[in-house]
Design a protein around this ligand. Structure first.
Ligand code: ZN
Ligand code: ZN
Length: 239
C-alpha cells in the first residue's frame, strides 16, 4: 500500500497509462511514446521496469493492463495532480493556465494527511480547473469541439491536453470548462468559433479544437482523441 518504492519516473508513466485508459485509447508502449513524446526504446525500458516491479502486465499482443497495485498508484497520482491544480486555483488564486507544471512537481511529494487537508480546502469542487474529474472514474463522455456542426449548442467539458503553452492559448482565447454557447462557424482549414451565452465570441484553431471536449446538441458521433493530443508536460521530470 506504500508508494515509497515507486520512483517519480514510474509515477509519470503510470499517470500517462491512466490518461490513455481514461480516454479510451489502447494502453500500448507505442501510445505511451506518442503521448510522452519519447523514443520507443526509452519507453520500452521503462515498461519492462514497471512490469518487473509489479505495476503492469503485458499480453502477447503487447497490450498493457494495470495490476491492482499499479492501478492504485496510477489513480493516486492522477487524483493528486487534479486536486493540487484545483487547490492552486481556488485557494491560492493562481491562474488556471499556470498550475499544471506546479502540480507535476508537487504530486510526487504529497502525504495522505496533506491530501486530505487539500481536499477539505477545495470544498465541493469535483474537477481540476481543466475539467478532469478528481474522483477518477467519474469522467463524462464528450466529443471534440472540432466535430460539432454549425448551430449546435455546446458546453465545454474539458481540455484533453494540459501542456501549458496550449493552456495559455486557450485562456487568451477566452475558452474555459463550463462555457456554454452555440457553434457559430467552422471552416475547413481555419477557426472554430463559438458564440458564448455571455455574448462573447471565442475562436480557436481547428487543431486546438481537436483537444477540447464538449457536450453538444445535436452531437456528432463519439470519437477518441489521438495519443499525441493527450496530456502532457514540456518538462521531463526524471523521465
Ligand atoms: Zn495538469
Ligand atoms: Zn488539469
Amino acid at each position: 500500500m506504500s508508494a515509497s518504492h515507486v520512483t517519480i519516473a514510474e509515477e509519470e508513466y503510470l499517470q500517462t497509462l491512466f490518461w490513455l485508459q481514461e480516454a479510451g485509447l489502447p494502453m500500448t508502449a507505442a501510445n505511451v511514446a506518442r503521448a510522452m513524446q519519447l523514443s520507443p526504446p526509452t519507453v520500452h525500458e521503462m515498461i519492462v521496469r514497471l512490469e518487473r516491479d509489479g505495476y503492469i502486465e503485458r499480453t502477447a499482443s503487447k497490450s498493457i493492463s494495470f495490476t491492482p497495485s499499479g492501478l492504485e498508484h496510477a489513480e493516486g497520482i492522477v487524483r493528486r495532480h487534479r486536486l493540487i491544480e484545483r487547490f492552486l486555483t481556488d485557494v491560492l488564486a493562481i491562474p488556471w493556465d499556470e498550475v499544471h507544471e506546479e502540480a507535476e512537481r508537487l504530486e510526487h511529494a504529497m502525504s495522505p494527511v496533506l491530501e486530505a487537508r487539500m481536499l477539505a480546502a477545495i470544498g465541493d469542487a469535483k474537477t481540476c480547473p481543466h475539467g478532469h474529474p478528481i474522483d477518477v472514474g467519474t469522467r463524462i463522455d464528450g466529443v471534440p469541439l472540432a466535430d460539432v456542426e454549425e448551430g449546435a449548442s455546446v458546453r465545454i467539458l474539458r481540455f484533453e491536453n494540459e501542456a501549458e503553452d496550449l493552456l495559455h492559448y486557450l485562456k487568451a482565447a477566452g475558452v474555459e470548462p463550463g462555457l456554454e454557447g452555440r457553434l457559430a462557424a467552422r471552416d475547413e482549414d481555419g477557426e472554430v468559433v463559438v458564440s458564448a451565452s455571455t455574448g462573447a465570441r471565442v475562436a480557436v484553431t481547428r487543431s486546438v479544437a481537436e483537444t477540447v471536449s464538449v457536450v453538444a446538441d445535436p452531437s456528432p458521433p463519439p470519437r477518441t482523441a489521438l495519443p499525441e493530443q493527450l496530456v502532457l508536460a514540456q518538462e521531463k521530470y526524471g523521465r
